[in-house]
Design a binder for this molecule. Structure first.
Ligand SMILES: [Zn+2]
Ligand SMILES: [Zn+2]
Length: 175
């Protein structure tokens, strides 16, 4: 899996685009698992349906990468399953014959566009920094550790330090 993800590569030379020409490619790209906030998120489904627009405005290339993304992983607040969706839309330019790093794309090596790596990085940037199961996730009860989502507020009005006398009373009741 990881190998195919990193080797989704477009050979730009084979497109043989002249200046002013463009091309549109639709590719299935397998994403490597995404590491966010110490948690691991995976694209739902086997791969993402990526659309790549390639143009040659001047001496080089301009790229646009788009794909709908839905990932699965733990909610960063309550650890329940979260499945956020985003539209990834990223652009890159790669100017030939320049020493200006800003004009070079890290995803273009020789004549190859490394779509797998780019899609992975673009996905990380497109996702929210806090991934939640729902926008108003209430998180976990700091006292008992249970999820407060859909929980009865009254069930979590714990005494901060349980009074041992109550414990004794409960034992008596059980008898
Ligand atoms: Zn949550
Ligand atoms: Zn609680």
């Amino acid at each position: 899996m990881a190998d195919s993800a990193t080797t989704t590569i477009v050979d730009l030379g084979r497109l043989s685009l002249s200046h002013g020409e463009g091309a549109r490619l639709d590719l299935e790209v397998q994403l490597e698992p995404l590491q966010l906030g110490g948690q691991t998120y995976r694209a739902a489904g086997e791969s993402v349906a990526a659309r790549i627009d390639i143009s040659r405005p001047t001496n080089g290339y301009a790229f646009r990468l788009r794909f709908p993304l839905r990932v699965e992983g733990p909610c960063m607040r309550c650890l329940d399953q979260a499945t956020p969706s985003v539209e990834v839309d990223a652009r890159e330019v790669d100017q030939a014959d320049t020493d200006d790093e800003e004009l070079r794309s890290p995803y273009v090596v020789e004549d190859d566009l490394h779509v797998g790596r780019w899609a992975h990085d673009a996905a990380v940037l497109a996702l929210p920094t806090r991934i939640l199961c729902r926008t108003d996730c209430a998180g976990l009860c700091p006292t008992c550790g249970e999820s407060l989502n859909d929980a009865d507020q009254a069930d979590h009005e714990h005494e901060t330090a349980p009074d041992p006398r109550w414990h004794k009373l409960r034992e008596l009741k059980l008898d």
